[in-house]
Design a protein around this ligand. Structure first.
Ligand code: SAH
Length: 212
């Protein structure tokens, strides 16, 4: 079930410009239906964002694929994800042979997704807390993926990038954001590339938005 739908989704993603074969392969393998509530299952392989409760969303497959492609990862790279949410993005990275660490600030979402990872035998290092501060114990990271929109690039996260590592982070106002790709060329040298226009839920934390 759903396999043909995933094939159709992959075709759509290729049309929209996804070329990374490892990303496409993982999209073909991960059962997105496991990561969303039952009531909306018939939308699962449409290329749209979907609600996962608590006012949060699972990103559109194109956005997940595009952000992952931008990280230019090699197998066994170490990646930090901010905003575990449904767990779909982390599952995708894990399927690509990446060592994944993920932080979620909402305890209910964190607990639910931790259990799901356990059930599906997805081995991701998880923690509940403010992801804008990163995860020092496991730094530096080859890739950092921020899956919520921030008012600015969180400074601590930049610091936790390995030399040659990349961070993908949506930066803008609360409504729309530009996807920034930051590459750490050297200890103090960072380069930036921008990709408009995306829409994420807000990153809330010390280096993000204040809670309303
Ligand atoms: N990557 C997710 C998308 C999650 S939506 C997926 O694949 O489904 C963004 C998530 O970021 C929400 O669950 C929200 O609670 C969380 N979030 C917001 N601010 C955060 C912060 N400072 N640290 C960690 N998680 C945060």
């Amino acid at each position: 079930m759903y396999k043909s739908d995933r094939k159709a989704l992959i075709k759509q993603l290729i049309t929209k410009g996804i070329t990374d074969q490892n990303v496409l392969k993982a999209i073909g393998e991960i059962k997105r239906e496991k990561f969303i509530p039952d009531v909306i299952k018939h939308y699962v392989y449409k290329d749209v964002a979907l609600p996962i409760g608590y006012g949060q969303t699972i990103s559109q497959p194109y956005t997940v694929a595009f952000m992952t492609q931008l990280l230019e990862l090699k197998p066994r790279s170490k990646v930090l994800e901010i905003g575990t949410g449904s767990g779909y993005q982390a599952a995708l990275l894990y399927d690509m042979g990446i060592k994944v660490y993920s932080i979620e600030r909402n305890f209910d979402i964190y607990s639910k997704t931790l259990k799901l990872f356990d059930d599906l035998r997805i081995r991701v290092g998880c923690k509940c807390g403010d992801g804008t501060l990163g995860w020092k114990e496991y730094a530096p990271f080859d890739g950092i993926i921020v899956t919520a929109g921030s008012p600015a690039v969180p400074y601590e996260l930049k610091n936790q990038l390995a030399i040659g590592g990349k961070m993908v982070v949506p930066v803008g106002d609360r409504e729309t954001q530009i996807l920034k790709v930051i590459t750490r060329q050297d200890e103090e040298i960072f380069t930036e590339k921008d990709y408009p226009q995306f829409k994420f839920v807000p990153l809330i934390g010390r280096e993000g938005w204040k809670e309303e």
